[in-house]
Design a protein around this ligand. Structure first.
Ligand code: F6R
Length: 362
């Protein structure tokens, strides 16, 4: 049932305020994060290893920034297909964390089994609570996104981020790296997310008009720095999955180390840049793109648009958001860009060619 939407993907994008609200209601008990400490005590942990595939991998990559910055916990992140065959050493103080919407991805499950006898704890962040990955974990944390039918993952991604952020705050509390006041502030910010996502949905109009031109492109680049770097990857993945346009993500600072050679007037460049501490650095990379006639689509907030919007091909003005939480909010324009570009091209949004919803063979 598409609830009046043309596609499951647009229904699932629109559901994000509700399902994130559900996840928050499930995990927050007053100012407390309700994740049992006897099942996962971050005081005892000295390393976190996160493993996943595809979109879930980009959720892990985002969470690495959170665990490192908020909880000062060393984090390793890898795609499951590489991790499982590399035979990485796993020390006893390691928590191994697996993120999977379906809970049945073959490579992720194999990576979990590799860690089973070695890590201190096996934790998973899953959408399907009765899945293999959930069942084989010491602790399985549901993301409560509800059934996700569209092959391209949308609401599962933002729910994964929500749960991973709560986990990072929990780690920060146990390790004493944030004060109670700081944690309360982050939680208050997180609780504004459903409302902010609802506001970001209003950008569908300008995104649709940009998408008509993006649909003509052969290649599209996504740039981001810091927390926007993993999201740039997610934006590029979404776009190539459903519109079949070649899209790549780069860390903004890597541009001049090679990819800038690709830039000319035919290459649209999506720059994800809220007005945060790294904004000016990203803007300077954006100017390097403009100087080579690259067509910049800048996704930023009002302040960012006022400071740096001149010369951009298009500017999407997002609601202001705490920089730490920006990846959850900025996932929405990334999803909508892919969706509307695919619609403009006339591709099958919910059932893209060559892809399966659950990858149970390696
Ligand atoms: C992207 C997408 C895939 C999955 C990946 C992992 O839109 O859907 O990249 O994210 O196959 O699947 P799960 O999360 O089920 O392990």
């Amino acid at each position: 049932d598409k609830a009046g939407h043309k596609h499951f993907m647009s229904k699932e994008i629109a559901e994000q305020p509700t399902v994130i609200g559900n996840a928050l209601a499930y995990y927050l008990d007053g100012g407390n994060i309700d994740i049992p400490s006897d099942a996962l005590d971050f005081e005892q942990v000295d390393r976190l290893t996160m493993v996943a595939c595809g979109t879930a991998f980009y959720a892990c990559l985002t969470a690495k920034y959170w665990f490192e910055q908020l909880a000062r916990l060393p984090v390793e992140v890898d795609v499951a297909s590489e991790f499982r065959y590399r035979e990485p050493p796993i020390s006893k103080g390691t928590v191994a964390l697996f993120v999977s919407q379906s809970g049945e991805t073959a490579d992720t499950l194999a990576a979990l089994r590799y860690c089973a006898e070695k890590a201190d704890r096996i934790v998973s962040v899953v959408n399907v609570p009765e899945s293999s990955i959930a069942r084989e974990s010491d602790l399985a944390l549901p993301i409560l996104a509800g059934a996700e039918i569209g092959v391209a993952s949308t609401k599962a991604f933002t729910c994964q981020l929500t749960v991973l952020f709560l986990l990072a705050l929990k780690a920060a509390k146990a390790r004493g790296t944030l004060t109670d006041d700081q944690i309360a502030k982050h939680l208050a910010d997180l609780q504004t997310m459903p409302g902010l996502i609802q506001q970001a949905m209003d950008l569908a109009g300008p995104i649709r008009s940009a998408a008509r031109q993006l649909a003509e492109a052969r290649d599209i680049l996504f740039l981001g720095r810091g927390l926007m770097y993993p999201l740039a990857h997610e934006g590029a993945l979404k776009l190539k999955e459903i519109s079949y346009i070649h899209a790549e993500a780069y860390a903004s600072g890597e541009l001049k180390h090679g990819p800038i050679a690709l830039i000319d007037k035919h290459v649209p460049v999506v720059v994800m840049a809220p007005r945060d501490a790294l904004f000016e650095k990203t803007v300077s990379n954006m100017h390097e793109v403009m100087a080579r006639n690259g067509k910049v689509l800048l996704v930023t907030d009002r302040q960012g648009a006022d400071e740096a919007g001149d010369g951009a091909w298009k500017v999407l003005r997002m609601p202001p958001v705490s920089p730490t939480l920006a990846p959850i909010l900025y996932a929405v324009p990334a999803q909508l860009l892919a969706y509307h570009t695919a619609i403009a091209k006339g591709t099958d949004v919910d059932q893209p060619r060559n892809l399966a919803k659950s990858v149970t063979v390696e």
